[in-house]
Design a protein around this ligand. Sequence first.
Ligand code: GLU
Length: 302
Amino acid sequence: MVDYADILESIRQEVQPLLTQGKVADYIPPLAEVDPSQFAMAVRLVDGSEYSAGAADHAFSIQSVSKVFRLAQAMDIHGDDLWKRVGREASGTAFNSLLQLEADNGKPRNPMISSGALVVMDAILERGLADPGIVFIARCLDDEAVPFDAGVADAELATTHRNRALAHLLKAYGNLNNDPEAVIAAHTRESAVTLSCVELCRAATFLATRGETAGGQRVLATRQVKRLNAVMLTCGVYDEAGDYAYRVGLPAKSGVGGGVIAVMPGLLTVAVWSPGLNPRGNSLAGTKALELFTTMTGVSVF
Ligand code: GLU
């Protein structure tokens, strides 16, 4: 019998020396102000039991972890047609590369890099909802209100020249149906959603339960959940997917706020947060924590 509470506490202690070694994302100004020495981890089993260590109830900017929910929603709406507009191969280059989008003739390599996520947001905006991404995260939380940090959203909106460049390049290739600025605005708001590790584990539960929320609502078909987990494994952690599969061994999605969500289908979701990032943009202590978690529990898809 795995003692999750004990394991999480051991991990929290073991990663302490790493908390000062990462570098917080500074291209979104408010994220540069976050204290890098913070750490939180939470686990939620599919039977509903929850375990945590550190500041697991502290809400942080989920940033690109939101792309999991965005993709789930687009897969639900568009099914296989979505893949006409975005690929599903590992990128191997920086998450915000313009060069790769140009080389790929305007079809983003996958939905987890910035260009792909913009196409996915464009696809869900067709539903006509004001904040479709945030609305879907709320559904995953059984209709709880989902807060977002307007300061982070506004700061990103004012400085997001690279995403604007990607959106306009997509538009020039005919791979964006909405106005680039509307897509950027929705993208930025959804990225600024704030959730704690405990909430993130709960929101992502559908990935472990073949499509049902903690409260038993179906948000995605079982066959799509399998595919979404596969895309997370191959594309979810920027250009570090191979190393992550090797060290952690779970489908995962990270964000530049320092959060990571990982899933063991059929068993659990695990979320970790530590704002200091490694050179590839993944949480430095968070990655180590997930590696320790799968090593100590023996939980892995491999
Ligand atoms: N909102 C951020 C951006 O688009 C998210 C980046 C990330 O977390 O990878 O640059």
